[in-house]
Structure formats: structure tokens, C-alpha cells
Design a protein around this ligand. Sequence first.
Ligand code: SDX
Length: 424
Amino acid sequence: MTDRKATLSVGNESIELPIYSGTVGPDVIDVRGLVQNGVFTYDPGFVSTAACESAITYIDGDEGVLLHRGYPIEQLAEHSDYLEVCYLLLKGELPTAEQNKLFHDTIKNHTMLHDQMRNFFHGFRRDAHPMAIMCGVVGALSAFYHDQMDVTNEHQRDITAHRLIAKMPTIAAWCYKYSIGQPFVYPRNDLSYSENFLQMMFGVPCETYKPNPILAKAMDKIFILHADHEQNASTSTVRLAGSSGANPYACIASGIAALWGPAHGGANEAVLDMLAEIGDVSNIDAFIARAKDKDDPFRLMGFGHRVYKNFDPRAKVMAETAHEVLSELGLENDPLLKIAQRLEQIALEDEYFVKRKLYPNVDFYSGIILKAIGIPTSMFTVIFAMARTIGWFSHWNEMVSGDYRIGRPRQLYTGSPARDYPKK
Ligand code: SDX
């Protein structure tokens, strides 16, 4: 551990608190002993709080660095594939060729859903938001595997990982099929993970679906870029839910719920809605003015980040992928792409954004790619949730396979002092 200490003066008391260093990144001050002194730390939104120790992902917000088990996201996006990244996040090391083949085959053999799961979809209105359906169906998985879930059993945790990684694309695609009234398309074992997702999304029983390799590669890259991101809101939700010993499928469903918000994973859908609302590059200045107006709740969706105060490295890869996909589809002059590029250029030169270090984040370009592939905006966060499932599970797994306590934050109470109930 450490013999380094921070000294805190509270009233006329001097409190010594241990300081710990990680492999890289900021040191942490262990404040667990503070409660003995009758005080709490206060950090709404957890801006300066490390809630756990983790070895999975490291972010340097000032340098725009994102490492998964030490490997830079740019290199993984360029050279790896999503299932290999899943193995890396889960196990901590890249798989050997043999381990990789076995992992790919294992996932292929878990892609089907229990046929009764179809009934959960039919309980929703056709116009239900796909995120609502995904949240409900993933939570329902806990009813199918509840009696086999001993969180202390590594083998059962591994099976749960395989089921979640394998079944999320099927659930995601069926959310879409249900919303457009088309029959569910079953997974095919002759296709890669991302090809299979596209065929379940766009295939129909009347003909054999032929995946476009460029689009499948772009989809796989999008999955990699969304796989994990340290202790973001949805991952912290999964950890907190898991800290009570809850069923892991239910914990993943809590992560889906947290991701849905427009400040988090819902931003990719909000970006496309914003670009459509802007409508033309001539309207950009008015929207930039609104984003800067404190009295206007409008924010530039896809801009800003709690941690990145430099470019989000994922946004750069996403921008390159957007160009690849749009030129493959002959959409280089896509009007939304033009608005996005001009908006980015203006914002990055504007003092308000420069001073606050607001750069495009992972959500700024992803929606343009997904829309070009033919995916409706209502499905964007569903795809984010599908890709992030491995991150959520890896953090849950890291926590439950080690020493952990139930998460139970305290508060600054500003309500009424004790008072008596008025006598009638
Ligand atoms: C994701 O945490 C993660 O890692 C998340 C994620 C992941 O992979 O899990 O990276 C995925 O959620 C990316 C973020 C997607 N959200 C959006 O694009 C929504 C738009 N962005 C903002 O809502 C905001 O930037 C947040 C939510 C992302 C970050 O909010 P913070 O850290 O609480 O920052 P803040 O709201 O305190 O903003 C600081 C200042 C404020 O101005 P001042 O009060 O200092 O004058 O910057 C302003 C804000 O008003 N600001 C913006 C802005 N984002 C921040 N102003 C206009 N447009 C914006 N987008």
C-alpha cells in the first residue's frame, strides 16, 4: 500500500489520510476513515471521486488517451475485431489464435434466444421505443437463468458473459424488427458477429441476405469504439446494482436504463435530431448561440465530455469511418455530414467551446454512420448498449470476483430538522 499521507484540517483536528498511486493517472486520497471524524466528502456527480480500483480501462482526458487493458483504442480499432476486444476486456490479455477461435465459436453457439423470449416482445406496443423493449427483455433474461447464477462461481460468470455477448445482437435486431412489424430473423452461424447483426436487422425470410463487407467492418469498428469507457454513468450503475449481489442480467438491464439518457448514450440519437433541426449550414450560428445561452436548455449534442478535455480519441476514428462508409455508399455529399463538419469547425474556433474544452465526443459522428447504413435513430442507443454490454459485464465481473462492499453513498441533509406531528 503506501506510507504517503494527505493531511486534512477539520476544525482544530488534523486528519491524516493515505494516498495511493495507480499504474498511471492521478493519485487517490483514501477518505474512508473520514466518517470517524463526523464528516463526509461532498462530490455530486462524482467529478473528483474514484469509486473503485480497476485494471480494465484507462482514460487520460487531457491527452485524449483511451487504453483497454493497456492497448490504445486507435490500435484496437485498426487491427482487432469486436469479439477479440471482448475477450481482452474480460480476461485481461489478448487471446492466442486457439483461444480466439474457441471464443468466436462459443459466442456463435449462444446467439439464439429461448423461444419463449419472443413473448416478451409481443407485450410491447409496436411504437414502443426500442430502448424500452431492450431494457425489459434483457431484464427478463434474469428469469430464464436465475437458478444457475452463483456470482461466486467463475464458470457460471463465464457462461453469463458468453450468453450476454452472443444474445445482445439478437435482442437488439428483434427490437427493430418488432418496431417495423417484420418477422424476427434468426442468427446465422456462417456469418461474423457484425455481419450476423446486419442480417438480423435487414434480412427477410424471402431472400438470402448478403452483408456488405465495408458496412460490416464499420459496424464492428463502432462496436469496438463503444465497448468500454471506465466508470461512466451506466457502468457505475451496473457496479452499484451488482454490489448488492443482484442477478447479473438485472444489473446489465440497469446499465441499459442509465445509458438511455440524452446526456449519456442517448446523445447519438439526439445528435441526429439536432442536425435535422439545424437543417442547413446557414442555421448553425443560431444554434451555436443557443448552446451558449445559459437561459436556453439547448446543448450541442455530441460535444463535451466529463473526462475528455481534449479530442475524444474515439471521435477521430468515428469521423474517419464516417467518410469510408459514406463514400462506399456514394453519400459523400450527405447534407447531415456537411452540417456536422461545419458545426465542428465553427465550434472548435468559438471561444465558448475552446475555453470550456468542449470537443466532439464518441456520439458526434456515430449517428451519421448508422443512419447511412439504414439504421433508424431510435436504434442508435440500442446499438451503443449492445456494444457496451461487454464493458458493463467486465466491470461487474472484476468487482464480484474480488473484495467488494455494497455501495451506499451518504448525503448533505438540508431538509427540516426533527419536529413533532401536530396534535389533532
Ligand atoms: C457519453 O462518461 C463517459 O465516459 C460517457 C461516454 C461513454 O463512453 O460512456 O463517453 C459516452 O455519454 C458521451 C457524452 C454524450 N453526451 C452529449 O454529447 C450531451 C452533450 N454534452 C453535455 O451534456 C456535457 O458535455 C456532458 C454531459 C457530456 C458532460 O457534462 P459535465 O461534465 O457535467 O459538464 P458540465 O455540464 O458541467 O459543462 C461544463 C460547462 C458548462 O458551462 P459553464 O456552467 O461552465 O458556463 O460546459 C458547458 C456547460 O454549460 N457545456 C456545454 C456542453 N457541454 C458542456 N455547452 C453547450 N453544449 C454542450 N454540449
